[in-house]
Design a protein around this ligand. Sequence first.
Ligand SMILES: [Zn+2]
Length: 378
Amino acid sequence: MIELLFLLLPVAAGYGWIMGKNSAKNQAHQLNRQITSEYSKGLKFLLDREEDQGLEHLINLLEVAADSVEHYSTLATMFRRRGELDRAIKIHELLLKHPSLDEQQAASSRLELAEDYIMAGLLDGAEEHLVWLVKAGYKEALEPIINLYSQTREWDKGINMYEAHSELFTKPQHVKAIANFYCEAALQDNDTQIMRKAISLNHKAIRPLYELGHSAFTKEDYVKAIYYWRELISQFTFFAPVFIEELAMSYDKLNLTHQFHDLLNELLEKGGVLIKIKHCQALLEQGHIEQAIKFLTDSLKRHPTIRGFSFLLQLLAKQNNDIKDVLDQIDKLVTSYIATKPDFQCQHCGFTSHTIYWVCPSCKHWETIVPSRGIDGF
Ligand SMILES: [Zn+2]
């Protein structure tokens, strides 16, 4: 009898194990059924257009299915895209309060919530969350907060943020934005000292040099204008069309035109067609028309451009008096064609315009609008 009991012990243990396993399985099964049922209820509400109740149900599910944070974020993004910002905000606010979120998930939800607020025009709310993220070292918050301060024209806030957290500014476009914030603040307070700070930033920006040159030029301080613009044209030769006339004039005012010609010679290799045209004009002033025609013809063979062709027509008209009228007529046509082409283009989004914008009206990036390039460009 005792032997029989011993024999039955493993059977009893096995039975207990199997029953226990089934019970755990049953519990999990029950939980799954509960989640599925809540999901179904939530979806049914949504389908019945009782969206508030549907959302409420789905959000309540977070209590039992915390691993589905991603799904809720996707849902919120969908609502935001559809312009249903109150719903997107509600989901992100609830997500942010949820204790099961890890640090990264909480930061992403906070960032998304700030984006909802921006779209809803609730800029103060957005700023609060973005500032929190920047202070916590999240670089992802830099772009939206820079855009926000650009929109509200709160240059000082942007500058203070940069000065307190400059280590986060590793992307050139963010540093360029701050350089422009310094320029805007300087223009607002009429204080070029502030602008000079922008020159020493770790990524070179176009605008501080341009504005400092421009400010000196308007004060007829041509030595200073040349100092800043020479630096600018050497570093950002493609930007020459914006100020080359004033730069030439500054040299002229100081009777240093020959130095301007030397500068053009230095820039011929990396400069666009405008530098080449200016070089030809210099040759023309010195009476070397044939040399100018040869230089431009050779250059156009390698890099054909409409503006270069137009100037070649003008040079040929000067040299060939008998066909001057015909050449002038062709040049008129070419010039009208050029006038239809945009002078500036955003390198980030492709936005085109006839005037320079420091911040792109379309993509909101700073200093991405530059003089047009290519066959129709400079
Ligand atoms: Zn753009």
